[in-house]
Ligand binder design. Structure first.
Ligand SMILES: O=C(O)CCC(=O)C(=O)O
Length: 237
């Protein structure tokens, strides 16, 4: 959906993400993940999770707008509940996100269907890691491969080529997609950042799994600091 958030709203979100990039996380709040760059000799922030709620009330109100809730309610045919949220900071030098279904990231343990809302913060183009999605609808609502493994090691264009589309998108655009749609993005080989926010929801009738999900995740994949950046290939979505 084009221009879901307006220019003024995107300015607020973008500058909040700039602050978040440099901020020391609050206890029990934001979870920051750093990795070694795939292309340069440096450690970079790749992801921040668990940032909505009482420690960021203004931004929560702005992002989780009534309009967003209404769209999700229509898609689920019942109200949504937030399952998890992340900002992917695909900064220059960030590695690829290989073709995958989100559901393969251990989400089966908490439910069997989710819808994510991707909010485009920076212009998304191929050179700065625009996402590629299966557009044909030619997927089943089940895992197409093993959990935790990408569907292919290839960068876009994925095969069969006519079933995928590269999603060029602009700040304020929003992408709704379910947890089985194959998608991925190449490394960011440009000098422009590509920050997108992804909010993932389940149906209200499936309950509130967010804190359990994060407690489990942090036990095996804790947030880290810039000096302890992980190697490429260690990430979990
Ligand atoms: O930010 C990206 O390019 C990839 C996002 C994604 O597919 C994920 O985090 O699961």
């Amino acid at each position: 959906m084009k221009s879901f958030y307006d220019e003024k709203e995107m300015k607020v979100i973008s500058s909040w993400l700039d602050d978040l990039h440099d901020k020391i996380p609050m206890k029990g709040g934001e979870a920051k993940y750093y990795e070694k760059s795939a292309l340069k000799d440096e450690n970079i922030l790749v992801r921040v999770e668990h940032f909505l709620g009482y420690h960021n009330p203004e931004i929560t109100k702005l992002i989780l707008s009534q309009k967003a809730i209404d769209c999700l309610t229509e898609l689920f045919d019942e109200p949504p509940v937030l399952f998890k949220e992340k900002v992917n900071y695909k900064l220059p030098g960030c590695r690829a996100d290989k073709l995958h279904q989100d559901q393969a990231a251990g989400w089966n343990a908490y439910g069997d269907f989710y819808i994510s809302m991707g909010i485009v913060v920076d212009e998304n183009r191929k050179e700065n890691a625009a996402l590629s999605f299966m557009k044909s609808g030619n997927y089943k609502k089940e895992l197409m491969g093993e959990e935790w493994k990408p569907l292919t090691e290839d960068d876009p264009p994925y095969q069969p080529e006519d079933e995928y589309m590269l999603l060029n998108a602009n700040p304020g655009d929003v992408i709704f997609f379910d947890s089985y749609v194959p998608h991925g993005s190449p490394a960011n080989t440009s000098n422009r950042s590509r920050r997108n926010i992804f909010l993932t929801f389940n149906k209200q009738s499936d309950g509130d799994k967010r804190e359990k999900y994060y407690a489990d995740k942090w036990a095996v994949y804790p947030p880290n600091q810039v000096d302890h950046a992980r190697a490429e290939g260690s990430y979990l979505v």
